[in-house]
Design a protein around this ligand. Sequence first.
Ligand code: NDP
Length: 290
Amino acid sequence: MRFAEVIGDPIAHSKSPLIHDFWIRALGLRAEYRAVHVKAADLADYFRSRRLDSEWAGCNVTMPHKEAVLAHVDEADELAARLNAANTIVRRPDGLLVAGNTDVDGVAEPLSRHRIGDYPDHVATYVQIIGAGGAARAAVLGAVKAGYGDFDIFNRSPARADVLAQLAGSPFGKGHPLESLGPVRNPTDGASEQRYSHILINATSMGMHGENPVPVDLSAYYPDTIVFDMVYSPLETSLLAQAVAHGLRTIDGLEMLIGQAAIAFERFFGAAPPRDRDPELRQLLLREAK
Ligand code: NDP
């Protein structure tokens, strides 16, 4: 039977099996999706054995292997190569392993649903990203794909934010310390006018259960700002609660999680998942999280 997997260390917390099983059942496919605990030292053995198994469609990759898996595949697609991180490995019919990164589309897809064109008085495409790790890199490329092109990156370690700002290639954007996060770009940064943040993306673990909240006051943000929090445990983070309280638009971490999984599912099983059943899937994921 055709099967796909998710690998990581640890892996028990992964929600990928629930998501993929839901779609396999919904479509009535004869297929399986499993979670496998793979330690860094065992990655080479894992890929050596799976490569020989023609039923194996591929795997999703979670922490801490997103970078390391690139050494075990035959090709990386453009996004995985640019990000130097892969979350989906597909075994092609000829047996070659191709690495991809669906987190970028997981960011681009929900952002595209809230196009700034809906708000014709907004001309800027300015995005603030909090974080400078793998998820923040996907956030930058995802926002570019959704049509936004002007970034500032805020991070606990500002030097890492600077490196990411260079990847973004924004004419004005640069890295900033987390403490300077606020609603308006400082016009001395080189912008010809003050630019309001239209999108604020949290791509750190701040706001997760047991972690400090994102240190930002949203009260002065532009009323049509979209606040996107990648954290999904809890689903309603203090950042999103604050955004709702100020009437701002929100995108939560499950939207991204389901979106990136949908692209991987189609690559593994050759069928598009039934996205009209997302509300039911979200309920299932929330029930299981309790
Ligand atoms: P990384 O470890 O690569 O990066 C972590 C980032 O968070 C860094 O910028 C780090 O800052 C910052 N950070 C961590 N702890 C703190 C803290 N206490 N205070 C301030 N900043 C902090 O992780 P990822 O980029 O892979 O993942 C980041 C988050 O995104 C995770 O919560 C993950 O669950 C989530 N995620 C969600 C997805 C989804 O589908 N919804 C998909 C992928 C990720 P510094 O550089 O200073 O260390």
